[in-house]
Design a protein around this ligand. Structure first.
Ligand code: NDP
Ligand code: 2IT
Length: 462
């Protein structure tokens, strides 16, 4: 009897068995990491089936295991001169495509599992940019919220005192993420410079006077909107002009997504933070939000006081399992705050309210159940590793400028960003078609991102 050809179901079964073996081999529970891993590995099944070399070279296990995890103690002094202790990390996941590259997150929820999930996603995201950068992520469980500039500086200085040993412009180049913006990058860079006596592009997202790039601050949010325009044009011959959009978050990615939406003629009507959501049917007041969030570091509750026509829903007043921001009628939705912020219930509400497109500004904001619903209902879905890659792409442009001691104009960087986002969109759409999953941008992104890294790893040998 001839051997039966393995089916996608068989491939899924084999991959699940491998993931379970991996889970068993780790003593710590890393739920978000396994969520990210499982999503990617299940969707690369058509590639895995098409060529045995990936199984023969044990690529799944090799790619799922970080090159190294650096974990260190950070001792710092608070404003009452009390010594505080936090944990710092750098997960250097994979440098097959170039120096380790990825942000630093300062948030109380940070642990090894969160950074492994972010580092793993970063490998594929960086691969999709078409640039020469590997994947990493780092950070600390330090909470910058409510701290004075002096305390944040003390923390950053101590953090860099240890981190500087493991980074370098050709080795590992960290950047910002949640809780780490230009202020933190400035303090970190200054300490690196003090310790090493070198002024080089060891961090990106730097303030301009430390060698930062114009348009890096805006890049992730702007890129998210460029990607959405490319996706809508390709799938529906549509644009965002005149469309009502909902955005979550009120940080770097959310506010620059809102800014670019306005520039494209769309009407962004929401934003949110960890305490609640603002709905302003006429379009949110961006200048007010920038002042509130970037300068005063205040809470969104204040928005309604100044804008009585808007409404505010505190997190505690919305039914558990869902989020008020996804219960507003919209054409396009942009989750831009954090992982798993868009649940199955939220996806049902968006679909019920006629949403056509969802683009992930945050990393892994949609739960697996929500993603499944979007795919089933043929919602245009831009997955994070493709849609928010504009930030790291412009980080790479910052590295280029630093290495050449040159400075590019805002327009030049922005134009390169736009081209990069359109290229990513085109690449994942054609990859999806090539592997028999036309229109599925999740599988397209995973396959295209994975294939490039895996092929280099095979070429490298061990
Ligand atoms: P910021 O720190 O600037 O803003 C984060 C926003 O998300 C804040 O509004 C914050 O609210 C909210 N938030 C954070 N954690 C939670 C939580 N657990 N529950 C509810 N709300 C939360 O970070 P960024 O804008 O830089 O990052 C946002 C997302 O985008 C993250 O997923 C990040 O990984 C991703 N990203 C960032 C890039 C960048 O270049 N910065 C590049 C690519 C992706 P509050 O202030 O109340 O805590
Ligand atoms: O998730 C991300 O891509 C980032 N936080 C930005 C990484 C970078 O190196 O610019």
């Amino acid at each position: 009897m001839p051997n039966k050809r393995p089916t996608i179901k068989d491939a899924h079964k084999r991959i699940k068995e491998e993931v379970n073996r991996l889970k068993e081999s780790h003593r710590i529970e890393h739920d978000v990491f396994y969520q990210a891993l499982e999503e990617v590995l299940l969707s690369i099944a058509p590639l895995y089936l098409a060529d045995e070399k990936y199984a023969n070279h044990n690529i799944i296990r090799r790619l799922a295991t970080p090159d190294r995890i650096i974990k260190f103690k950070v001792e710092w002094m608070n404003k009452e001169n009390k010594i505080r202790v936090n944990t710092g990390y750098r997960v250097q996941f994979n440098n097959s495509l170039g120096p380790y590259k990825g942000g630093l997150r300062f948030h109380p929820s940070v642990n090894e599992g969160v950074l492994k999930f972010l580092g793993f996603e970063q490998i594929l995201k960086n691969s999709l940019t078409g640039l020469f950068i590997g994947g990493a992520k780092g950070g600390s469980d330090f909470d910058p919220k409510g701290k004075t500039d002096f305390e944040v500086m003390n923390f950053c200085t101590s953090f860099m005192r240890e981190l500087h040993k493991y980074i370098g412009p050709r080795m590992d180049v960290p950047a910002g993420d949640i809780g780490v913006g230009a202020r933190e990058i400035g303090y970190l860079f200054a300490e690196y410079k003090r310790i090493t006596s070198t002024f080089d592009g060891v961090l990106t997202g730097k303030p301009l006077f430390f060698g930062g790039s114009l348009a890096r601050t805006e890049a992730t949010g702007y890129g998210v909107v460029y990607f959405t325009e490319a996706m809508l044009e390709m799938e529906h011959k549509e644009s965002l002009k005149g469309k009502v959009c909902t955005v979550s978050g009120a940080g770097n990615v959310a506010l620059y997504t809102i800014e670019k939406l306005y520039q494209q003629g769309a009407v962004p009507v929401t934003c949110s933070d960890s305490k609640g959501m603002v709905y302003d049917a006429r379009g949110v007041d961006l200048e007010y939000l920038k002042d509130l969030k970037f300068k005063r570091r205040g809470s969104l509750e204040e928005y309604v006081e100044k804008h009585p026509e808007s409404s505010y829903v505190p997190v505690s007043e919305y039914p558990e399992g869902g989020h008020a921001v996804w219960d507003i009628e919209c054409y396009a939705a942009f989750p831009c705050s954090t992982q798993n912020e868009l649940t199955e219930l939220d996806a049902k509400n968006l679909i019920k309210n006629g949403c056509t497109s969802v683009t992930e500004g945050a990393n892994m904001p949609s739960t697996p159940e929500a993603m499944e619903l979007f795919v089933k209902n043929k919602i245009c879905f831009g997955p994070a590793k493709a849609a928010n890659a504009g930030g790291v792409a412009v980080s790479n442009f910052e590295m280029s400028q630093n290495a050449s001691m040159l400075k590019w104009s805002f327009e030049e960087v922005d134009a390169k960003l736009k081209t990069t986002m359109y290229d990513i969109c085109q690449n994942i759409a054609s990859t999806a078609k090539e592997y028999g999953v036309e229109g599925n941008y999740i599988d397209g992104a995973n396959i295209a991102g994975f294939k490039k890294v895996a092929d280099v790893m095979i070429a490298e040998g061990i």
